[in-house]
Design a protein around this ligand. Structure first.
Ligand code: HEC
Ligand code: HEC
Length: 211
């Protein structure tokens, strides 16, 4: 009997350290932000991230790894929580972002505070530059109300900064969101992106990579 109770208790603990037990993102974010960051610890953890995102956080111009330097901390916190709970598919990063590799929520706060303070990229990968006027128009009509007139994003509202992100990464995310592969996206944004054709997404991604 006692053995059974211990077993149940262990099962409960185990299920709570799996993604299924994760609290909703906004709740987790407001809880997490009460903790104060240890930037030195963030720098140590970042050595692992630098394998892909590079020492300066600029990723790769071919878009395989995004720029994360200077991204809003709340946005990164949500992405990290989503990646950890498998709400955002990112198999390449799973082994490097799990709690058992880098630590719990405090470790995430530490590392993203470090990354948010890095200088944004000055040389993101760009598109072919042929449809920038169309890209600008589409952006102003459909995207600017959330991401801002310079695509600077909004930390409080969890709108990512898009300015100076690699073209190929932006395009991959936009197609993933439009076609339903990126599950964690904002529902209002989904309706803005859904009607756009590939060449319109290319135009808007090119425009953003040059801001
Ligand atoms: C093995 C390579 C790899 C490592 C190591 C890695 N990442 Fe990533 N990361 C990626 C890839 C690839 C993506 C983009 C995935 C996609 O296309 O959706 C990404 C995306 C992200 C994003 C989301 C960016 C956005 O704009 O939404 C954040 C935040 C991030 N990584 C932070 C980190 C942190 C913090 C670490 C270290 C603890 C880390 N990454 C380690 C490969 C890696
Ligand atoms: C209703 C507000 C809203 C509108 C309108 C909107 N977005 Fe977003 N966008 C968001 C939010 C919120 C996210 C982050 C979603 C998440 O949590 O993963 C996001 C994510 C993105 C991403 C992924 C960023 C990354 O770093 O991975 C891209 C690219 C993007 N938006 C581009 C656009 C473009 C282009 C348009 C217009 C066609 C647009 N958005 C319209 C709110 C919006």
């Amino acid at each position: 009997m006692i053995k059974q109770q211990i077993l149940n208790f262990l099962i409960l603990i185990l299920s709570c350290i799996t993604p299924l037990c994760a609290v909703s993102s906004s709740e987790a974010i407001s809880q997490s932000l009460k903790q104060s960051p240890d930037i030195e610890n963030g720098r140590k953890i970042y050595a692992l991230c630098a394998n892909c995102h590079l020492d300066n956080g600029w990723g790769k111009p071919d878009g395989s790894f995004p720029v994360i330097a200077g991204q809003h901390p709340n946005v990164m916190l949500k992405q990290m929580d989503d990646i950890r709970s498998r709400n955002r598919e990112n198999p390449t990063m799973y082994p490097f972002s799990d709690a058992k590799t880098i630590g719990g929520e405090q470790a995430i706060i530490d590392v993203i505070t470090y990354i948010a303070a890095l200088k944004p990229s000055s040389s993101p990968g760009k598109g072919d530059g042929t449809r920038l006027a169309e890209g600008k128009k589409l952006y102003q009509q459909r995207c600017q109300q959330c991401h801002g007139n310079k695509a600077q994003g909004n930390n409080e509202a969890l709108y990512p900064k898009l300015q100076g992100q690699h073209y190929a990464y932006l395009l991959r995310q936009l197609k993933g969101i439009r076609d339903g592969y990126r599950k964690n996206s904002n529902p209002v944004m989904n309706t803005e992106v859904k009607p756009l054709a590939d060449n319109e997404l290319e135009a808007v991604a090119d425009y953003l990579s040059r801001l």
